[in-house]
Write a protein that binds this ligand. Structure first.
Ligand code: UDP
Length: 244
């Protein structure tokens, strides 16, 4: 019995006939997805997708061959985009920019007259790992504080049995300006054949890293997740709800 899935309108991935948890799925029917509807708030266009819609789209893309760059934006991204044209252009070149911060949701409502859902990076990692475990999609964790990626991978694997961790890499800070360390990290990512890459280097490094190094590798889904691995690993608590 083969795993079969088809993308139905609105980019929902419907598992038609699952073989067993963790098996690689054969995507028998795939709809080419258009870009998400977005609302421009200043220089950044925020994608107007629910958490579920975003996850399902990314799962669909995870079977593809071209990198989809996902940005989890908070207020700090606006400060950076204001200050730096290179960062602004990098974000404008991303495929999805979700609102990871109440201030952005509020800005969408009052400035854009649009309803954006807050999608925290931690939730996106968790939702995607859940789907990845059931569909056999390989995930890679890069960055975070020392030990966070390993701990997060262990926690997520225990929570979602069958999750295939294609790789974990936590190079020291400054590795991007050390050609040897950079090449080592890039080789690990490339050889992992990961479908989903979580990049926890903080902004703006993670966004430039995805644009400059991951896109050319065609890892299907690459997401900048800031300090999410530190949170999943239990190192940091989330901010109180009212300031998220
Ligand atoms: N980080 C890293 N390598 C670097 C710089 C940062 O792994 O060269 C990690 C850092 O250890 C932290 C994560 O990036 O775990 C996110 O940092 P920050 O809290 O600044 O990001 P934010 O969540 O605010 O985007």
């Amino acid at each position: 019995m083969n795993l079969r899935a088809k993308l139905v309108p609105e980019a929902r991935l419907e598992v038609v006939n699952a073989d067993s948890a963790g098996s690689r799925i054969g995507l028998v029917e795939r709809t080419v997805l258009g870009p998400p509807v977005g609302v421009p708030i200043g220089p950044i266009k925020i994608s107007l997708l629910s958490a579920e819609e975003l996850t399902q789209r990314l799962v669909g893309h995870a079977f593809g061959t071209e990198t989809q760059h996902v940005v989890t934006a908070n207020a700090q991204f606006y400060v950076l985009a204001e200050e730096r044209a290179d960062f602004r252009e990098c974000i404008q070149g991303a495929d999805y920019v979700c609102a990871d911060g109440v201030s952005i949701v509020v800005a969408c409502k009052w400035l854009g007259r649009a309803k954006a859902t807050r999608i925290p990076g931690v939730d996106l990692v968790t939702d995607l790992c859940k789907e990845a475990a059931s569909l056999g999609l390989r995930v890679f964790f890069l960055g975070g504080n020392p030990g966070s990626a390993e701990r997060s991978a262990a926690i997520l694997t225990e929570r979602f049995p069958g999750l295939q961790v294609a790789g974990i890499s936590c190079p020291p800070k400054g590795f991007l300006s050390d050609p040897e360390m950079l090449n080592e990290a890039l080789s690990e990512i490339k050889e992992s054949h990961a479908a989903i890459l979580f990049v926890a280097l903080g902004a703006p490094l993670q966004e430039f890293f995805i644009r400059d190094y991951v896109r050319p590798m065609n890892i299907p889904v690459a997401i900048g997740i800031g300090g999410s691995l530190d949170i999943i690993a239990g190192e940091f608590k989330r901010a109180p709800q009212y300031i998220q």
